[in-house]
Design a protein around this ligand. Sequence first.
Ligand code: DAK
Length: 258
Amino acid sequence: MAFVELEVKEHIGVLTINRPEALNALNDEVIRQLDQVLDSLDLSVLRCLIVTGAGQKAFVAGADIAQMSGLTKAEGEAFGKLGNDVFRKLETLPIPTIAAVNGFALGGGCELSMACDIRLASDAAVFGQPEVGLGITPGFGGTQRMARLIGMGKAKELIYTARNIKAPEALSIGLVQAVYPAEELMAEAEKMANRIAGNAPIAVRACKKAINDGLQVDMDAALVVEEKLFGSCFETKDQTNAMTAFVEKRKHDPFVNC
Ligand code: DAK
């Protein structure tokens, strides 16, 4: 049974969590399959990855509560590490990632979306970290990524109260970058992915790394991170192609990712 599906459309990958009968809840098998699919991505071809959920109702309705309900402390910690390692792999994937949030994104689902670079939501999307109402903390990076994305005060409010929010509020607090009618969400996500894929891949990847790595260190060190990644773009075919074309007042050739 494929709980995680991958469709490749030229330079764009669409990864779908496919367990709609349980609103795409993440059990350990789903997480392991997610890990395998991430490892299988052909990064010489792909320039952007869209992550979404199967069905009309949910992106991912969280970690699997039935499976978690009987865990011991040690098993709980191991489950948290399994999810954290895979979500970190997604977060640090060299290519940009877009979460197309098509419905409930609760608990581990909200955390999955936050491990992506950009979140686009349907007008039916619902976000939240309901864990404290279930006697646990967010366990797949929610306490850390939400505070970094929307600020400490708002993250604490949402996590302590376990309050769910709808797409317009998620937009207003910066948790998502745009909201679309449900039937337009995937087309809009693909439009953005194709726009990203039309830019020089080495430069786009370097921007992702500069932003991610730079935010972990102080400004002086962050600017050194940027300088090095900036330098790494020079002498690539894509840089010479684009800059030569600009100087010669013509359109550059398609980018070739080297
Ligand atoms: N887990 C397992 N099954 C789920 C599920 C979930 N999170 N969410 C939904 N389902 C299943 C339902 O049990 C139901 O199954 P059947 O009864 O049909 O067999 C089916 O999906 C349809 O759900 P409903 O019948 O409930 O559908 P409704 O439209 O009535 O309600 C809902 C939709 C999203 C409001 C509701 O399903 C719901 O409240 N679901 C739970 C949402 C939730 O609380 N999610 C957060 C889970 S906690 C950690 C690691 C990880 C985590 C924490 C710590 N460490 C190890 C430290 C993460 C925690 C979480 O994600």
